[in-house]
Design a protein around this ligand. Structure first.
Ligand SMILES: Cc1ncc(COP(=O)(O)O)c(C=O)c1O
Length: 503
């Protein structure tokens, strides 16, 4: 019997039982050998796909004895960038690069070059960094309802390195506030099963128990189950607007009302929606209110480096008031290195990224974001209409511009593999098996939506005619989602990270 057959036989086991069996099984030498062999096989597939430069460029295991010429270094980097950019420039990639026009990128690069030495940790040396950051936070806070009611006049925030850090900061703030004000030593967060993995990371890093709530038939969190899950240790409820996997909006109003009633925090994860929802609302699209206009919302994560069209490496975490934000801040008053204080997880930070974020927001302006949002939403509508003509494929839930595709009749991972062969880089998801495309400005270019639909139609036809492929990543996806032993999957992922760090 191989791992696939074992997993098929044991997939009905509850997670706690399979964790117990897994630990025992790994101690049996023959089973361990079989797992290692499977791991090795998977690693070979992954290593091959993640190291395309293995034989193309010189490898540097240690410092060169004398410096290599700058021209040669620049040449090599340019060659790699050129090899990598075609796919996303032509709109074959889900999410990832959200703007991507040459002129926009060159403008951000100029700003970066002007500010490359700036470090917001030294606000005395770089007051420009403080100005950029304070103004970015203010602009984003105003987009999300700051000052529209008395209850949200004090909305404030911080700049972080990305959505994950924004979420980590918010969860840490809730944990520390609950410990200080309510004496909670075993904090719990109630979150949708579909909320981003950054919340799992926050739970692991900060010792917060997660209570994960399943979704209903429309792929939004079951609000009644959230209500039942709240207890005296609950420090925060989480909702996504929208979620990464299926692009659907949890019922933020109902969730934030629950939080308000129970006097606990509520975090809207608006990493994906932060620069789309406010403009979609202004354009008259039917999108829900998910921000500080709802009195129960106490924090939000809004990614400037996604649909804010800033360079990679910035996000904004917003709080209802400074008191809640203060639990995020770190101070050290007795360190021989002097009085030390920093707002986020990092110490020194790239001021150039804050500067280019500020520049992106200013250069886009409200008009630019409205235009961008309109074209993305129109592209989404075009694809949604086209999918109706592919009966084997269905869209999960009622998403707006992040569309997850599944099938009741064919293996969706085999379709994903076929799309890969046609140059597409889409996100394979599981539980349930599906893949998604996060539509960006790259997909609004003429002909891209049509090409996506045509390629999808052809991929579906191919899989229908040739089902059960054992090639590509489809079997790996299938196994990864069905295997009850999640520790084995976790080991594989850690080994993959080892592979990535191999020269
Ligand atoms: C809804 C949501 N939240 C959080 C994140 C994490 O953001 P980042 O990858 O910038 O850390 C993502 C990333 O895609 C996301 O989609």
């Amino acid at each position: 019997m191989n791992i696939e057959e074992i997993s098929a036989k044991l997939s009905w086991l509850p997670p706690s039982v399979s964790r117990f069996i897994e630990k025992r099984m790994k101690k049996i030498p023959s089973v361990k050998k079989m797992i290692d062999a499977e791991n090795e096989k998977t690693m070979q597939v992954l290593e091959h796909s993640s190291k395309p430069y293995a034989n193309k460029f010189e490898k540097h295991y240690a410092l060169p004895s004398s410096g290599i010429s700058r021209d040669r270094i620049l040449d090599e980097i340019k060659t790699m960038s050129d090899l990598e950019s075609g796919r996303w420039k032509d709109g074959y990639v889900s999410g990832g690069i959200y703007h991507g026009d040459n002129e926009h990128i060159e403008f951000l690069n100029k700003v970066y070059a002007l500010q490359s030495q700036s470090n917001p940790l030294h606000s005395d040396l770089f007051p420009s960094a403080s100005k950029f950051e304070a103004e970015v936070i203010s602009m984003v806070a105003n987009m999300h309802g700051k000052g529209t009611f008395d209850h949200n006049k004090n909305v404030c925030g911080a700049i972080t390195s990305g959505g994950t850090e924004s979420i980590l900061c918010a969860m840490k703030s809730y944990r520390d506030r609950a410990r200080e004000e309510r004496g909670i030593t075993e904090p719990e967060m109630v979150m949708p099963l579909t909320a981003h993995a950054a919340f799992d990371k926050a739970a692991q890093y900060f010792g917060i128990k997660q209570v994960k709530i399943p979704f209903t038939a429309d792929y939004t969190v079951d609000v009644k189950a959230v209500k039942r899950a709240i207890n005296n240790n609950t420090i925060v409820i989480v909702g996504s607007a929208p979620s990464f996997p299926h692009g659907t909006f949890d019922d933020i109003k109902a969730l934030s009302d629950l939080a308000l009633k129970n006097k606990i925090g509520f975090h809207t994860d608006c990493c994906l929606g932060g620069f789309v929802v406010p403009f979609a609302e202004k354009l008259g699209y039917n999108v829900p209110v998910v921000d500080f206009r709802l009195p129960g919302v106490t924090s939000m994560s809004v990614d400037t480096h996604k649909y804010g069209y800033a360079a990679k490496g910035t996000s904004v975490v917003l709080y209802r008031d400074e008191e809640l934000r203060s639990h995020q801040f770190f101070t050290s008053t007795d360190w021989p290195g002097g009085l030390y204080f920093s707002p986020t997880l990092a110490g020194s930070r790239p001021g150039a990224l804050s500067a280019s974020c500020w520049a992106a927001l200013l250069s886009m302006g409200e008009e630019g974001y409205l235009r961008a949002t309109k074209s993305i939403l129109e592209t989404a509508d075009k694809i949604k209409a086209g999918i109706k003509e592919i009966p084997e494929i269905k869209i999960l839930g009622n998403p707006v511009w992040i569309l997850a595709f599944a099938s009741d009749t064919i293996n969706i991972y085999e379709v994903l593999d076929q799309m890969g062969k046609k140059n597409w880089n889409l996100n394979g998801l599981h539980k349930p098996a599906c893949f998604h495309i996060a539509l960006t400005l790259r997909h609004t270019q003429p002909g891209v939506a049509e090409r996506f639909l045509r390629d999808l139609k052809e991929s579906v036809a191919h899989v229908k005619a040739n089902p059960g492929s054992k090639e590509g990543l489809a079997p790996v996806y299938g196994l990864a989602s069905s295997l009850p032993f999640r520790g084995i999957i976790s080991d594989i992922l850690k080994k993959y990270l080892d592979v990535i760090y191999k020269v």
